[in-house]
Ligand binder design. Structure first.
Ligand code: MG
Length: 379
């Protein structure tokens, strides 16, 4: 059984990952969270972890005091996150950190020879080339936790890469499916935070409403499965029953279906290549009399179009659109900009400067800072 570090253990994926670990008997050695002290302490005690880290340094003393009666090593900040990512007893790192903050921990974990169960899509969106190269060099696996990428990965078992002609990425369409540009002008934060099928954190829920999430997933899929943007089709599938599909060279299409429950992809990433029983609801196809499929509206949902353009342009463009979005979503959640402005700002990031060509980890970090500043000034 696997030995695991969970980065972002108090979030939606993190808490479900811990439940999965408990169920399958995986040992959790290290956990981290940004701010949620109560839950982090509870998890640390329950799972008898050896290392716990709180990213917000101001909470370090409090956490240390709370766990003073234990032998658990308490860390904080980015250093603590990296200690958890490289903890020597862990062989797998489940990364469910939100945003580009997940990139360096993934890279460090890869360099320490850990397999990665990847729920942080920004890792591949911002650092795709570097991450894939490092994983190849170190001979470690990157196992997708995102439901769509897990679906594709599951469909691919038994297929060779050259047999896969096309990837079909399904999208729920979010809460504003079918809305016109005019209708989107007046949508509120509360509406945007209400996802029809999945219960997730605030950032990804907003990304689902703008379709930015699907754009990030497109870029992630391109890196993960070595495909060009033109070989990845996005289809809006409102019911979230088909989690994604692949089309093979003989035009056979394989799909992975299930109830919308993240425990299935989380568990598969942690038990791969084996499968174990999972306490999720069984899919009852007859509960769904109508499965629907639509083309996405690239004109109205500008963030999705910008992501498609970014992966075609290559270089640091995907990083730029991602970081513009992170800043824009933050401002939207702080009531500083409108919903539609998010997509416009993401699109603007494509025109800020020439981001083509090769890049280093340092270039990614600089792009993050300069694009955030740019978005703040033009917002
Ligand atoms: Mg997804």
């Amino acid at each position: 059984m696997k030995n695991i570090s969970i980065l972002g253990s108090t979030g939606s994926i993190g808490t479900q990952a811990l439940e999965v670990c408990e169920k399958i008997g995986a040992k959790v050695y290290a956990i981290t969270a940004n701010n949620n002290l109560d839950l982090l302490e509870e998890q640390a005690r329950k799972f008898k972890v050896e290392l716990v880290s709180i990213t917000n340094k101001e909470l370090y003393t409090d956490l240390k005091t709370r766990l003073a009666d234990t032998n658990i090593k308490v860390c904080c900040g980015e250093e603590g996150l990296l200690e958890a990512a490289t903890y020597d007893k862990s062989d797998t790192v489940l990364n469910s950190v939100v945003g580009i903050a997940g990139l360096i921990p993934t890279m460090e974990a890869i360099n320490a020879g850990k397999d990665i169960a990847l729920a942080n899509k920004e890792t591949l969106v911002t650092g795709g080339k570097l991450v894939i190269e490092a994983a190849k060099k170190k001979g470690v696996k990157i196992l997708p936790v995102d439901s769509e990428h897990s679906a594709i990965f599951q469909c691919m078992q038994g297929c060779s890469e050259k047999e896969i002609k096309k990837i079909i990425l399904t999208a729920s369409g979010g809460p504003f499916f079918g809305f016109t540009y005019e209708q989107l002008k007046n949508v509120t934060k509360a509406q945007a935070l209400k996802h029809p099928n999945w219960s997730m954190g605030a950032k990804i829920t907003i990304d689902s409403a703008t379709l930015m999430n699907k754009g990030l997933e497109l870029i992630e899929a391109a890196w993960l499965f070595n495909k060009k943007a033109e070989d990845i089709e996005i289809v809006v599938h409102r019911e979230s029953v088909i989690h994604s599909l692949i089309e093979l060279c003989d035009n056979a299409v394989l799909a992975q279906l299930g109830t919308p429950d993240m425990k299935i992809p989380i568990q598969y990433a942690l038990t791969y290549p084996d499968r174990l029983e999972c306490d999720t609801k069984c899919l009852s196809l007859t509960d769904y009399t109508n499965l629907t499929f639509y083309k996405p509206d690239y004109q109205t949902f500008k963030a999705l179009a910008a992501c498609k353009k970014a992966i075609e342009l290559g270089g640091l463009y995907p990083c730029a659109v991602n970081c513009a979005n992170e800043q824009a979503v933050k401002m939207f959640l702080d009531d500083k900009i409108s919903f539609l402005r998010i997509g416009e700002l993401v699109e603007e990031a494509l025109h800020f400067k020439d981001y083509s060509g090769n890049y280093t980890l340092n270039d990614i970090m600089n792009t993050n800072l300069e694009i955030r500043e740019y978005v703040k000034t033009i917002a």
